[in-house]
Ligand binder design. Structure first.
Ligand code: NAD
Ligand code: 6OD
Length: 486
């Protein structure tokens, strides 16, 4: 049985707390590993190492040297692609076809993209007129912010962690990462790559544990953490924002969503079905950008419901390596209980269950896993909790609409504002509707098509701040203006 250790100052350590917790497979409920929890002493040691590394060789590196190092980290992940893949699959149970196309390649690409971004980033200059006629030159310089706390979730563990570690290191910071307690494996493995490619000790640290009274809270409350970047639930984001207010530390929050897909009658039906199938069911519905509300223009409503039902019923639930598997389990029994409670609530709130609504009948080896059926509902009113609240499972509610104005109103009538996808062959309509949707990203005739140079983040309760491209540089560096009187 494997022990998963903290990674502090370039070394794997159990720490002194002696506290451990089990890492459980969502596929069958068996124990995968024992994880060594970090408490205050381990968090102190990790932050101290990260702070000291700012003054060591890392702090003296040129941008080009850092760029080379980031590219080497990406190459190091790719060189051990299969190990990262198997670790991610073990932790999450997601199909191999998904993890090998999304999680691991993007996990590596996040270092390359931000190496390119920092290499090519300019800062502003302004010439100022002065009364003596000589003028003054203003220009911006970027300095690292310092020690960055990275708190990441379980749904895309490597991808979402490196999405923050990549730009943080590109800007010259050091990091202390707390991966989700559900998925510690790939973040821990990344420590080995950091050592292999020669990243100085203390630049990348990993501590394991939970939120309150554990690694997460100790890290975010630590006075020597200079900024906090977080991906996870909105409620957790609120706690982190409170912790960050002490000492006025900067925060970036990427939080929950209740995303809508809008399907107009002029949409290409095949493309819309394929897109909504992915946005509702990929990663077993555990993608923050995923669709849980589908609004379909009335003339094509019946056909759309029937075809999405056929699509959902054709999904193959199964073990990650089984040929043809395209739907895995939820992350844990606890999350399964939460999703099933919404399946029950949907019926209580008056939904028509188009398909699913329960637990699938799988082979006995998988019976201890966190499996649920892909589920579609119709017939709920817009104030139903199932239509309003984030479920984070493989499910969606489909509702007909009659006008553009109505669907914009329905889509925006939610406390979240993360993403939407609009399906129409009328581009004039797409241009008219997309900017009116109160979200961080609006896709037209696509979903999860990511250009990493663009701003990414959420409106309303889906988050604070934008990351991606130069927006990440803004968060991960302190921009100063130098004013030279000529
Ligand atoms: P979560 O908020 O439960 O946990 C996220 C991380 O925060 C974990 O590492 C957890 O241990 C830690 N944490 C929990 N309480 C803490 C505290 N008090 N102090 C410090 N750290 C604490 O979220 P989750 O269940 O892991 O992930 C699912 C959620 O994440 C969903 O709501 C989903 O929408 C959201 N999400 C958002 C994005 C985005 O980009 N907007 C991306 C992925 C997931
Ligand atoms: O693609 C990304 O950069 C990103 N942050 C995706 C988030 C997915 C949420 O589950």
């Amino acid at each position: 049985m494997k022990d998963i250790l903290n990674f502090i100052n370039g070394e794997y350590t159990k720490g002194t707390s002696g506290r451990t917790f089990d890492n459980i497979s969502p596929i069958d409920g068996r124990k995968i590993a024992t994880v060594h929890e970090a408490l205050k002493p381990e968090v102190d040691a990790a932050v101290k190492a990260a702070k000291a590394a700012l003054d060591g060789p890392w702090g003296k590196m040129s941008v080009n040297e850092r760029v080379e190092m980031l590219n080497a980290i990406a190459d190091g992940i790719n060189a051990r692609f299969d190990e990262f893949l198997e670790a991610e699959i073990l932790d999450t149970g997601k199909p191999k076809s998904l993890a090998s196309h999304i999680d691991i390649p993007r996990g590596a690409a996040n270092f390359k993209v931000f190496a390119d971004t920092i290499k090519n980033a300019a800062t502003e200059t302004f010439m100022l007129d002065t009364p003596d006629g000589a003028g003054a030159l203003n220009y911006g310089v970027r300095r690292p912010k310092g020690v960055i706390a990275v708190i990441s979730p379980w749904n895309l563990p490597l991808l979402l962690m490196t999405w923050k570690v990549g730009p943080a290191l590109a800007c010259g910071n050091t990091v202390v990462v707390k991966p989700s307690e559900e998925t510690p494996l790939t973040t821990t493995l990344l420590g080995e790559v950091m050592n292999e490619v020669g990243v100085p000790k203390g630049v990348f640290n990993v501590i394991h544990g939970f939120g309150p009274d554990s690694a997460g809270a100790y890290l975010t409350q630590h006075p020597e953490v200079d900024a906090i970047t977080f991906t996870g639930e909105t409620r957790t984001g609120e706690h982190i924002m409170q912790a960050a207010s002490v000492g006025l530390r900067d925060i970036s929050l990427e939080c929950g969503g209740k995303n809508a897909a809008i399907v107009f009658a002029d949409a290409d039906m095949d493309k819309a079905i394929e897109g909504v199938m992915r946005s509702a069911f990929a990663n077993c519905g555990q993608v923050c950008l995923g669709t849980e509300r589908v609004y379909v223009e009335r003339p094509i409503f019946e056909e759309f419901v029937q075809r999405l039902k056929e699509g959902a019923e054709s999904l193959k639930l199964g073990a990650p390596h089984e040929a043809g598997t395209n739907l895995g389990p939820l992350i844990s029994q606890e999350h399964k209980e939460k999703v099933l409670s919404y399946y029950k609530l949907a019926v209580e709130e008056g939904a028509t269950v188009v398909t699913g609504g329960g637990v699938p009948d799988l082979s006995s080896e998988l019976s201890g896993g966190a499996w649920v059926q892909p589920t579609i509902w119709t017939g709920l009113t817009e104030d139903a909790r199932v239509v309003k609240e984030e479920i984070f499972g493989p499910c969606c509610h489909i509702q007909p609409f009659d006008s553009e104005e109505e669907v914009i109103k329905l889509t925006n009538d939610n406390v979240y504002g993360l993403a939407t996808s609009i399906w129409t062959e009328n581009l004039t309509r797409a241009h008219r509707v997309a900017p009116k949707i109160e979200v961080g990203i609006a896709w037209v005739n696509s979903w999860f098509l990511r250009d990493l140079r663009t701003p990414f983040g959420g409106a309303k309760q889906s988050g604070i701040g934008r990351e991606g491209g130069e927006y990440s540089l803004e968060f991960y560096s302190e921009l100063s203006n130098v004013c030279i009187k000529l």
